[in-house]
Design a protein around this ligand. Structure first.
Ligand SMILES: C[S@@+](CC[C@H](N)C(=O)[O-])C[C@H]1O[C@@H](n2cnc3c(N)ncnc32)[C@H](O)[C@@H]1O
Length: 380
């Protein structure tokens, strides 16, 4: 059974209770999205057929099944993308068989995600119309549907991270590498008009033409607290009092400078979707495992993954509760990791040192030096 948990599980059913006196006669768990994160939604049926609902984290599934199957329930169905795996706890051994099912769980999950969008088709959101994501009759323009999906997903993460903010609360946000600023405008719209916060947002980018255009657009919408500034993330100094730093596809080490700034200013929330993680790829040299650099595509992907893994660990070492989450489905963009870091308690020196030592060992093994590591630890 352990093997099966390596696959993504979309549904499970525990049935055939060991005792009629048991609390539940059946538990049906389905993978759904809640606040942008995948969780299992459990329907638990009592012997009188009342349904009780609860959520179960994805990482808790295996333990939940192990705790319940064999003891409380004799029958288990596990559905991965392809197969329905059936287990029966008999007296002396567990019987197992599998067959291909016809369910399309991946699609269902994506549809569910669409349904939960915060910014829905038909909503008169000026920036979405002006930036060409919605048509004048408030329909998504097909060519921009990926952008629409990304923005919505990002807003879901922002909604989650700002859940404790109340109407009228002040929040200062910086979007580093804002580019054409689809996201920046929508974050302003969401925080100001949907969440009704006192939001002040700054978008920073290297490109003068886009910065000028964005400032004109902000004036046109009368978005008084949305400003755009020309500048280099690495040289930006006006970040005191920032509550949330966001980046969407800030290129290569620009993400590291943004994360470094956020840490330096103790930003409470960091949400960052990196891209073009080329830095390690150009240095990567692992004599112990030459196969890891034999195939360009593997080396490139491994470098990108190691980069984001190191970034997450470094944020953890700085007292952030950090997660790496799926941003949008891989089928829409390969840039699909979002780094979410929420300021928490400072780590004690020993734990911090353990993280830095582990990163240092990894760097040594692959013969690279990661930018955020150097920025945060200039003496090492
Ligand atoms: C791929 S675009 C993403 C734009 C926007 N965030 C989006 O998702 O639509 C990356 C942007 O980062 C900006 N950028 C890259 N390095 C930068 C730096 N060091 N300082 C400021 N902006 C930077 C680029 O000019 C570009 O507009």
């Amino acid at each position: 059974m352990k093997e099966i948990f390596r696959n993504k599980i979309f549904r499970f059913i525990l049935s055939s209770p060991a005792s009629k006196q048991g609390e539940f006669r059946k538990i049906d768990g389905k993978l759904l999205l809640k606040n942008g994160e995948e969780v299992f939604f459990l329907e638990q049926f009592s012997p009188k057929n009342q349904a009780f609902h609860r959520h179960l984290k994805v990482e808790e599934l295996e333990k939940f099944i192990t705790d319940n199957f064999g003891g409380n329930f004799r029958q288990l169905e596990l559905y991965d993308a392809e197969f329905q795996h059936s287990f029966r706890a008999a007296k002396k051994r567990t019987l197992y068989n599998k067959h291909r099912h016809n369910e399309n769980f991946a699609v269902k999950s994506a549809q569910n995600r669409e349904k939960n969008y915060i910014l829905k088709e038909g909503m008169a959101i000026e920036p979405l119309i002006e930036l060409g994501i919605f048509s004048r009759d408030l329909k998504i323009i097909k060519a921009k549907s990926d952008k629409y999906r990304q923005i919505n997903r990002f807003i879901e993460f922002i909604a989650d991270a700002t859940a404790s903010y109340q109407v009228g609360d002040r929040i200062r946000v910086i979007d580093f590498g804002c580019g054409k600023s689809y996201l920046t405008f929508i974050v302003y719209y969401y925080l100001t008009f949907i969440k009704k916060l006192d939001a002040e947002i700054l978008g920073l980018d290297l490109k003068a033409d886009v910065i000028n255009k964005c400032n004109l657009l902000a004036q046109k919408f009368n978005y008084k607290k949305l400003k755009f500034q020309l500048g280099d993330i690495g040289k930006f100094t006006d970040g005191d009092g920032v509550d949330m730093v966001i980046t969407l596809h800030a290129c290569d080490v620009a993400t590291d400078y943004a994360l470094f700034n956020a840490v330096k200013w103790q930003s409470r929330i960091i949400l960052s979707v990196p891209c073009c993680q080329h830095e390690l790829n150009s240095q990567f040299d692992c004599t112990e495992f030459p196969m890891l650099q034999r195939y360009g595509i593997i080396k490139e992907r491994l470098s990108a993954i190691l980069t984001d893994n190191i970034r997450a660990e470094l944020l953890r070492s700085e007292g952030y509760k950090t997660d790496l989450l799926e941003f949008v489905d891989l089928s829409h963009t390969p840039k699909n990791i979002l780094i979410r870091a929420i300021k928490s308690n400072a780590l004690d020196d020993k734990k911090r040192q353990e993280i830095l030592t582990e990163v240092a060992k990894l760097q040594e093994k692959f013969n690279f030096k990661q930018k955020l590591y150097s920025l945060l630890n200039p003496a090492l």
